[in-house]
Design a protein around this ligand. Structure first.
Ligand code: CP
Ligand code: NVA
Length: 318
């Protein structure tokens, strides 16, 4: 059953429409169901979305999301229309609400990558088709589904593991907080002062995690965060939209690089994860990215398999 997230989801239509704006739109139980379906789809995919059309809208660049969603929909037998927001009337000032009303008349599901999460909430409130978050300033739920599948494949379980997130308390960090806590993975976030994850998300994650089963910790010291970690995760220090702060950020995050020394402080069997694109030499070294603990290409591949399951969920076929 969809979970109660009163902060980041569309309140009006959420009960009837399977939007996926936040990881917390789904309960832990339902997240597991989507992951199980992804595992099946990875082995075999049938054309269950024949005659359905996915609209992809991008306000920001994308490699993985655009290609994996397109391929996912094709492999499910459906069609795809992909647009950069600037090519649409959104770029000339048509409102998100009116755009949502119009596109609902043409396609069956929309996945949008936006600067402001509020645009997605608005879109979902005025759309009669499901809306999927393909990344916003607040969350990146599709990425975290692929990450959770990857973790499950590597460890054969989720509950009881510990993930250390090192770096910027950004969209990826926010969705990891919600995903890990729902599935009882402990999460320690180490971020410099001023770059912590959203406080409302942190509180929500703490409420969901129900300690002592899973613990949600926030700290500044990366070596403390990686202690006993099964998974060490990082993301870019300069997210899309943060470019103006680049120099300031590179300085603030310098002590947060995931390198061999930091990784050696985690559990011996730990894995390294990154949602990509990676900025080698900044948040991660070549030796970690290309080293034996890195599972980043499996994560990238699993975007395809989990997005198929997300599309089936959104279109009521799960
Ligand atoms: N991880 C991810 O979403 O990659 P893209 O920005 O290339 O889509
Ligand atoms: N935090 C990054 C993720 C990119 C997939 C960004 O928002 O740019």
């Amino acid at each position: 059953m969809p979970f109660i997230n009163i902060i980041f989801r569309a309140e009006k239509s959420s009960c009837i429409m399977a939007h996926f704006l936040s990881i917390s739109d789904l309960s832990g139980e339902y997240l597991l169901k989507v992951l199980d379906k992804s595992k099946d789809l990875k082995k075999k995919t049938t054309p269950d979305l024949k005659n359905k059309t996915l609209l992809l809208i991008f306000e920001k660049p994308s490699t993985r999301t655009r290609i994996s969603f397109t391929q996912a929909m094709y492999q499910l037998g459906g069609n795809v229309i992909a647009l950069n927001a600037g090519e649409t009337q959104l770029g000339r000032g048509e409102t998100v609400a009116d755009t949502a009303r119009a596109i609902s008349r043409y396609v069956d599901v929309v996945a949008a990558r936006v600067y402001s999460h509020q645009s997605l909430v608005e879109m979902s409130q005025h759309s009669s088709i499901p809306v999927i978050n393909a990344l916003s300033d607040m969350e990146h739920p599709c990425q975290i589904m692929a990450d959770l599948l990857t973790i499950k494949e590597k460890f054969k379980r989720l509950e009881g593991l510990k993930l250390a997130y090192i770096g910027d308390g950004n969209n990826v960090c926010n969705s990891l907080l919600l995903g890990c806590s729902a599935l009882r993975i402990s999460i320690s976030v180490a971020s410099p002062k001023g770059y912590e994850p959203d406080n409302r998300i942190l509180q929500l994650a703490r409420n969901i995690s129900r300690p002592p089963y899973a613990v949600v910790d926030l700290m500044q010291d990366p070596s403390q965060a990686v202690k006993d970690a099964d998974i060490v995760y990082t993301d870019t220090w300069v997210s899309m939209g943060d470019e103006k702060e680049k120099e300031k950020r590179l300085k603030a995050f310098r002590p947060y690089q995931v390198n061999d020394k930091l990784l050696s402080l985690a559990k011996p069997g730990c894995i390294f994860m990154h949602d990509l694109p990676a900025y080698r030499g900044n948040e991660v070294t070549d030796s970690v990215m290309d080293g034996p603990r890195s599972v980043v290409w499996d994560q990238a591949e699993n975007r395809l398999h989990t997005e198929k399951a997300i599309l089936l969920y959104a279109l009521g076929k799960l």
